[in-house]
Every structure is written in structure tokens, then in C-alpha cells.
Ligand binder design. Structure first.
Ligand code: GLP
Length: 260
């Protein structure tokens, strides 16, 4: 794992966006795995800025989002379809046919999930996966106790996650109980993972994921087994790491050829 601690969420998101933009420049047909939530918003803003001001061309990019609520129409303001349209897809030049978000309205959920996996495989797999992290260490909507080998499937949210996501809904009762999420196994097959986590409220989950044992009780901890995982933190989310000084030292002394 590469653990990078930057002074602010803004700087960390710019770093992530530069890494992704570099990939797209090298490989215009890159396949991106995308995340929602408040954490990656500055990441999307920076990619949009690069598209508008620096000519970053996303015309051949394909995207797959991690998850969606079951039962929410794409037009629902709290749906992840809506989030992606508002914050990213409507502001860059990725053709709509190349964007994929799990269908929360599918009547045959297992078939929907299987088709999503087949579409990822058909696109050649995900080159870089953006992740946030839940306060309990979940990635996507893979709640604690999720199989570390799981594939795209339906999950039931914990009460805590429903409460954490309630601000995005006009009424907290409206937060669905069920979601479709890429599995932990699906995420582990991506070629590069960039996990973004900011603020002290994520510090415990980050410490357990990075320095704790690998356990299904903290799904993000399995990223210790990922072949290329970059963990981008700010001071708050890094505040419970025992080896923070070492991670800073490694980053400061990174060979020039390895820098983004
Ligand atoms: C939800 C999403 C996750 C996200 C998490 C944290 O559970 N499914 O992908 O990482 O929320 O959200 P936030 O970034 O708003 O803290």
C-alpha cells in the first residue's frame, strides 16, 4: 500500500485527479471505477476543470460506478445516477453509453448484478478504481462481514450507514434498506485502487484498514492484499496512524520517476 498524507482534502483530490488524468492521457480508452459520497467531490471538480481548461479528453473513457440504492429511480435526487450526472457526467465528454451505474430498479436483481460483472469484464476490467470509505470501514456498500471474495450483489445497509447517508435525502426514513454494490472481490480485481478518506471521523476506519488485521469486519482492510492501492489522506483521517511519520518520509523521498 502507498499511504500519502497531504495537508488538505483538496490537495489529495487534486493528486488523485492528476493520477487519473495521466492514465487517460496514456490510455485514452481507460476504464474508470467511480465512487459517490461527499469525499470525491473535489476529485470530480478537478477532472472537470482539466477537461474545460486543459483539454483533457474523456471521449473514449468507460466508467463503472460502485453502487446504487435499490428502488431509487435515476431521477431521484439522492440516487447515485443523479449524483454522477450532476457532478461529473454532464460536465465532461464521456458518451452516456460508456457510463455504467448499477440499475436500482431492475426487477431481476441477481441478473442485473451478473450483467454488471459481465460488462466490467467485457470492457477489459477496471484500470483505476476510486473509493471512499464508510465510518465502519465499508467500501462501495460492502458492509462489515461482507465476503472478501464477494461479487456485485444486493446488500442490506447497516443502520449506521443509513444514518450517515440520511443528509442526502429529504426525509431520513426514505433511505433505502437495500443497495446493489460491486463486491469486495470485484474491487480487488481492479488494476489500481485510489482510496480517498478525509477528516477525523474517518481516522479510526483508516487506522484499522491500513494498520489493523485483514478482516471482513473492516472490508477496506483487504486492500492490504491489493497489488496497487494508494491511500490518500488528510491530517484528520491520518491522525490515528501509528506509522504516519514513516509514510510521510516515504512520500518525501519518492524517486522522481515514481511521482505523479
Ligand atoms: C456511501 C458510499 C461509499 C462512500 C461512503 C462514504 O456508503 N456507498 O462509496 O465511500 O458513503 O461517504 P462520504 O464520502 O460522504 O463520507
Amino acid at each position: 500500500m502507498e499511504i500519502i498524507i497531504l495537508p488538505s482534502a483538496q490537495e489529495a483530490c487534486i493528486y488523485a485527479a492528476r493520477a487519473v488524468a495521466g492514465l487517460i492521457t496514456r490510455k485514452p480508452t481507460a476504464v474508470l471505477g467511480l465512487a459517490t459520497g461527499s469525499t470525491p467531490l473535489p476529485f470530480y471538480h478537478e477532472l472537470v476543470r482539466q477537461h474545460r481548461e486543459e483539454g483533457l479528453d474523456l471521449g473514449q473513457v468507460t466508467t463503472f460506478n460502485l453502487d446504487e440504492y435499490v428502488g431509487l429511480a435515476p431521477e431521484h435526487p439522492a440516487s447515485y445516477h443523479h449524483f454522477m450526472r450532476e457532478n461529473f457526467f454532464s460536465k465532461v465528454n464521456i458518451p452516456a453509453s460508456q457510463t455504467n451505474v448499477p440499475d436500482g430498479l431492475g426487477t431481476d436483481i441477481p441478473a442485473t448484478c451478473q450483467a454488471y460483472e459481465a460488462d466490467i469484464a467485457g470492457a477489459g476490467g477496471i484500470d483505476v478504481q476510486i473509493l471512499g470509505i464508510g465510518g465502519d470501514g465499508h467500501i462501495g456498500f460492502n458492509e462489515p462481514s461482507s465476503s472478501l471474495a464477494s461479487r456485485t450483489r444486493i446488500k442490506t445497509l447497516t443502520q449506521r450507514t443509513r444514518e450517515d447517508n440520511a443528509p442526502f435525502f429529504s426525509n431520513p426514513q426514505e433511505v433505502p434498506h437495500h443497495v446493489i454494490t460491486m463486491g469486495v472481490g470485484t474491487i480487488m480485481e481492479t488494476r489500481h485502487v485510489i482510496l480517498l478518506a478525509f477528516g477525523e471521523k474517518k481516522a479510526q476506519a483508516v487506522a484499522e484498514s491500513v494498520e489493523g488485521p485483514i478482516t471482513a469486519m473492516v472490508p477496506a482492510s483487504v486492500l492490504q492484499l491489493h497489488r496497487q492501492a494508494t491511500i490518500l489522506l488528510d491530517e484528520g483521517s491520518a491522525s490515528k496512524l501509528k506509522r504516519a511519520e514513516y509514510y510521510r518520509w516515504v512520500f518525501e523521498n519518492k524517486p522522481a520517476w515514481q511521482r505523479v
